[in-house]
Write a protein that binds this ligand. Sequence first.
Ligand SMILES: Nc1ncnc2c1ncn2[C@@H]1O[C@H](COP(=O)(O)OP(=O)(O)OP(=O)(O)O)[C@@H](O)[C@H]1O
Ligand SMILES: [Mg+2]
Length: 337
Amino acid sequence: MNVLGIETSCDETSIAIIRDGLLTANLISSQDFHSKFGGVVPELSSRAHLQIIIPLLKNALVKSNLKLNEIDLICATAGPGLIGALLVGLTFAKGLAYSLSKPFIAVNHIEGHVFSGFLMADKPEFPMLTLVVSGGHTILLLVESFTQVKKLGSTVDDAAGEAFDKVSKLLGFGYPGGPQIQKAASKGKATALTFPVAELKDPYNFSFSGLKTAVLRHIQNNYKNVDAIPEQEKNDIALSFQIAVIKALTIKLEKALKEFDVNSVSVVGGVAANHELRISVEKVVKKYNKNLVIPDLEYCGDNAAMIAFRGQKLFEAGIVHDLSYTPFPSLNPQHFS
Ligand SMILES: Nc1ncnc2c1ncn2[C@@H]1O[C@H](COP(=O)(O)OP(=O)(O)OP(=O)(O)O)[C@@H](O)[C@H]1O
Ligand SMILES: [Mg+2]
């Protein structure tokens, strides 16, 4: 079976093909021009998806040595994401499915991230604890199978990636913030500053807005404006912030490891690209002797390989979606309940 995956939920256009179980293409075109606006401009994002989506599909087919009519299943992200951006990929997918008379699957982008560990050679085993840390979501899940997913907790305010992006802005770095904070943090002194880790009543929930405010207050109390912050101080702030985020995430992960007898742990989403987070999670998981799967960087951020994979699993479970399926901008409370 040849599966086409299409991802256009935010600022990456991505087309992937899984040919008879083997990933033969995962092309990602990132819209870097948003950085000059300090964040993603929805209208520009939709237009850029429109421009690049057909050339990307053509390249993916060439790379996979397939013709369009040899695609058997068409999967596209239906949400959560920017509605105009989602409409581009979803409508394109539906048009292809209609004209080729092939089945169509609408994929939940976060479910794509959840199972992205399965794109690795060393695959997770159920039951697994999955920590989703992306630009818009921070969720801890107990995943029993491809269809049984239980939410243990999630952020009550900002997502981890969102916090990286906001603090990056406060320090005068660009968008996206994660890679720039990571780079600055690598030159920081760990003992210089300490930022708080939120304690919440619900044991598996997260909160990052207080941490972001603590960084803001520190800057406001000590400097006239962002340009007045010395470079070493920026590096120290970046490191202290990064340490606090990692601590908040690993504390909850360790708590879940004590409570649930799982076979694997997986950390997924854009923030899973963070080098120090990967090392810290590895240390925690090693203590409990569990198998840890963190996707390669290519599969942490948005990519269509995870969409094709998730779509194929749904198809194998007997699901096919109607061509009247509409996009959804956010997860509803029933998702992962
Ligand atoms: N090295 C890194 N360290 C920390 N954060 C990072 C790193 N690289 C990327 N990020 C963060 O990852 C986020 C992007 O991840 P991703 O593409 O999965 O999110 P999204 O698709 O925008 O959101 P969602 O998946 O929740 O809809 C951004 O917030 C970015 O700053
Ligand atoms: Mg994402």
